[in-house]
Design a protein around this ligand. Structure first.
Ligand code: GTP
Ligand code: MG
Length: 202
């Protein structure tokens, strides 16, 4: 739930990047940190990592200007994608306002994507929220791998697997070179702020 601090005239929202292990969540935040300097209001913090694996979460604070005279602050988080970190994922998801679900285009990750989406659905439900109601955007990542000869799924296949019922906005991306990263984030922010304005009657 977004925090609306009337005294400080501040709105604070939390966006979580969710998805299976190694799908590119941390890479998204790294690219955002490098690219949107003007909006970044602090360092990117990676809490507990092992190599490039997130064991707890990454955090990146942004400022997005004003709505009705209130400063809009956004906090981006990533969850650890590896299956065994179930409880950490749930903890990071607490109080979430908007979700970016990052899927991995590699054919061998097909099932992992679907399992992770189910896990997101379940965790939201346990917080009394719903995957069908929360501002949600999908990103089909690692599209560039086709150039290196890796077997990747078609966008149609991924949409069928993951987005047939949800029908949320989705973006092909290559987080490593930044393709689709900004578009994904902007759409998620747009949906999140729209839902917030509706909630607050702004
Ligand atoms: N080729 C390619 N590699 C990518 C892309 N995005 C991420 N990677 C690579 O995939 C690996 C995993 O990326 P991360 O961003 O650490 O993945 P993650 O989703 O944060 O993984 P966990 O922290 O384990 O949940 C790294 O070696 C990245 O460089 C992409 O778009 N294309
Ligand atoms: Mg990570």
């Amino acid at each position: 739930m977004a925090i609306f601090n009337l005294k400080k005239r501040e709105i604070e929202c939390k966006i979580v990047y969710y998805g299976p292990g190694r799908c590119g969540k941390t890479t998204n935040l790294e690219y955002i940190f490098k690219t949107y300097k003007k909006q970044i209001t602090g360092e990117m913090v990676s809490v507990d990592t092992e190599g490039d694996r997130t064991l707890f979460f990454d955090f990146l604070p942004m400022g997005l200007g004003k709505i009705k005279g209130c400063d809009v602050r956004v906090q981006l988080y990533t969850v650890p994608g590896q299956v065994q970190y179930t409880s950490t994922r749930k903890l990071v998801l607490k109080g979430v306002d908007g979700v970016v679900f990052v899927s991995d285009s590699l054919e061998v990750r097909r099932e992992k994507n679907m399992i992770s989406l189910k896990d997101l659905q379940q965790n939201l439900k346990e917080y009394g929220s719903s995957i069908f109601k929360i501002p949600l955007v999908m990103q089909h990542n690692k599209r560039d791998l086709i150039k290196q000869g890796f077997p990747i799924m078609s966008i149609e296949q991924m949409e069928k697997d993951l987005n047939r019922q949800l029908k949320v906005p989705s973006f092909p991306a290559s987080a490593l070179n930044g393709e689709g990263v900004g578009e994904t984030l902007k759409e998620c922010l747009k949906l999140t702020l729209k839902s917030f304005k509706k909630e607050m009657n702004l």
